[in-house]
Design a protein around this ligand. Structure first.
Ligand code: NAG
Ligand code: NAG
Ligand code: NAG
Ligand code: NAG
Ligand code: NAG
Ligand code: NAG
Ligand code: NAG
Ligand code: NAG
Ligand code: NAG
Length: 511
């Protein structure tokens, strides 16, 4: 059991109802009507147990303060009926602006540090609870759930003092953080013009086999953190000719093959030129050097962008600035792009209705559309606050004419939606499938995102081992470093058109 502080029921208030479900009618304008929020969605997470979306800003809706007040403005966006409920959370005494976020094995949202730099708060889908303080106070750190269910964090000099933000790890069962002296932040520091305060921010962390974590950026020098015992660090190689890629993005788009796509970023956090660089990193065994492939560049240079893996394996890259300056919308990269893992090329997409830069977010939704929101939240009153979001409808929703709605397969039954890593999953579809070649399945881990960091999202292909015309038995990966336990979305795809996702709870394998 967690050791809990007393808490009080949060006060909830319905602030708005989207009275209609607006879906774009064609692929040439794939953006929904604007969805208004009572606050800037600077952080966003799927709520695994309810299938809704949690968003939050800082102690206020539209601005933040360093004199941490211990309050966070949050809202829940109900994806079924479009209502937005506002909640001011103060009983955990945690201003959760600029935190580390990780979804654990049980679907709890674990939020560490930020403006109230030492605190940890846990949202279990019903209520927030205060958990143990970190050993080192942090803000702008990254955290990731690892294969034994613990949560590793490193970096974060934005809050709680500058430098020495070495690795530590949270055990949710013991409700305890402990230091990992063998995982120093030193090797991953960038040469940011802003100094050490910026150079350990937003690490690109990926949980992998046997409790390991790959740090794939933003520094071009990559490292393995072994979280066993006191921790251990191994150099994993250099990201080809890439520069420091602060506020770039990195996405594990095919975990079964150990494939990570890295995109953009800038040498310094603020006021430096972003790149359009793209690389594939291939991960094999923990501790072994990773391999790096340099790709053709993106069409636009981007820092402060977000990248979202889609069910079909394509990566949707949205927002950011070519010359990133915090709290501005100048030089916005308004044209999103799609990366195709088959051709390894980027294609430009219809322009954004609203700039989405510093403090913006993007997340895959269970119906295979993408939430794109936020941006702004200056420390003073400013005119680039975006208290809103749009839903992006990817091209797979339309036939090749771009107008006719594509026919989506329908998953009607899954007898075993709670299962262990390595087991088989049975899926029944609504209609017989004529050609199995046209049918594929993928799983995408439910995710969270803030400040370009999303360590929860990853995708695996899952292929049928046996089938009748409507019942498919899918073999799941056997390594929890690939199929990281927790809540996942399962998609069936017919001719590349995804179903609505079913929720799957993946439990750790039997010891
Ligand atoms: C596509 O949809 C947009 C927005 O609804 C509309 O303005 C435009 O005319 C449509 N284009 C076509 C080719 O149907
Ligand atoms: C946030 O906005 C809501 C209205 O949307 C308002 O009622 C509330 O007082 C605001 N909270 C703060 C802390 O400004
Ligand atoms: C997907 O879900 C969002 C959020 O509920 C909704 O606004 C949108 O209309 C849905 N789109 C489709 C194609 O189902
Ligand atoms: C979301 O809306 C649906 C439809 O109104 C409702 O049944 C459900 O209880 C809501 N979910 C939550 C978590 O409030
Ligand atoms: C780095 O850039 C140089 C010069 O453009 C090129 O010759 C070299 O192949 C590149 N190295 C890698 C690993 O991409
Ligand atoms: C970011 O850079 C701009 C342009 O140089 C500067 O005006 C601003 O003060 C900088 N902001 C921070 C937080 O460093
Ligand atoms: C994990 O550790 C076990 C025991 O040391 C070892 O047999 C196995 O090969 C390791 N797996 C990977 C993927 O490194
Ligand atoms: C846009 O970028 C250019 C090139 O770096 C720079 O000269 C200009 O000041 C930037 N504009 C804004 C509004 O930030
Ligand atoms: C899955 O399907 C296979 C093949 O039809 C069957 O043997 C097995 O019992 C099913 N498992 C579950 C959990 O339904």
């Amino acid at each position: 059991m967690y050791a809990l502080r007393p808490f009080f029921i949060a006060f909830g208030l319905i602030i708005g109802v989207v009275s209609y479900e607006h879906s774009p009618t064609n692929a040439s304008y794939p953006w929904s009507e604007r969805i208004d929020f009572p606050l800037i969605p600077v952080a966003v997470s799927m709520i695994p147990k309810s299938g809704n979306l949690l968003v939050w800003s800082a102690y206020k809706n539209e601005t933040f303060g360093v004199d941490a007040s211990g309050v966070t403005q949050t809202a829940i966006y109900n994806l079924t009926d479009g209502t937005v409920n506002r909640y001011s959370i103060d009983h955990t005494e945690h201003d959760m602006f600029c935190p580390g976020i990780s979804l654990d094995f049980q679907g709890n949202i674990i939020v560490s540090g930020g403006d109230t730099e030492e605190k940890t708060s846990i949202y279990d889908g019903q209520s927030w609870k205060a958990a143990a303080d970190m050993q080192i106070p942090r803000g702008y750190q990254a955290s990731t759930t690892i294969t034994d269910g613990r949560i590793f964090t490193i970096g974060g000099s934005f809050s709680g003092g500058i430098g020495g933000k070495n690795g530590e790890i949270y055990d949710p069962e013991a409700d305890k953080w402990i230091m990992l002296p063998g995982c120093s932040a030193e090797p991953m520091l960038t040469n940011d013009a802003g100094g050490l305060y910026r150079s350990d921010n937003h690490a690109w962390l990926f949980a992998w086999s046997n409790g390991s974590v790959l740090q794939a950026g933003p520094s071009p020098k990559m490292h393995w953190f072994d979280t066993r015992g006191n921790g251990f660090t191994t150099f994993a190689g250099t990201r080809a000719n890439d520069s420091d890629a602060m506020t770039g993005t990195a996405i594990m788009y095919d975990a079964g093959k150990g494939k990570i796509l890295t995109l953009g970023g800038a040498p310094s956090y603020n006021d430096s030129l972003a790149t359009s660089n793209a690389h594939i990193i291939t991960v094999r065994k923990p501790g072994e050097p990773v391999s790096v492939e340099t790709l053709d560049n993106m069409h636009s240079a981007r820092a402060f962008a977000n990248s979202v893996i889609l069910p079909d394996g394509r990566v949707f890259v949205v927002g950011g600035q070519s010359h990133p300056i915090v709290f501005t919308d100048g030089n916005s990269s308004m044209v999103p792009e799609m990366w195709d893992p088959k051709t390894k090329k980027f294609t430009e997409l219809p322009a954004l209705p609203t700039p989405r830069n510093y403090h913006s977010t993007a997340l895959l939704l269970p119906n295979a559309t993408v939430f794109v929101g936020g941006g702004g939240l200056c420390p003073w009153k400013c005119d680039i606050n975006h208290l809103d979001a749009h839903i992006y409808t990817p091209p797979y929703f339309f036939e090749s004419d771009g107008v006719t709605p594509a026919t989506r397969p329908i998953i009607t039954h899954i007898p075993n939606p709670i299962l262990k890593v390595g087991q088989t999953l049975n899926v029944t579809l609504s209609k017989p499938v004529e050609s199995y070649q046209k049918l594929t399945f993928s799983m995408i881990r439910m995710a969270s995102s803030t400040h370009t960091v999303n360590t929860d999202q990853r995708r695996v292909n899952v292929s049928p081992q046996a089938a009748t015309s409507t019942l498919f038995t899918l073999g799941l990966p056997r390594d929890p470093g690939v199929l990281l336990p927790g809540y996942w979305h399962l998609f069936a795809m017919l001719n590349g058109v995804p179903s609505i996702a079913e929720t799957i709870l993946v439990e750790p394998p039997l010891a």
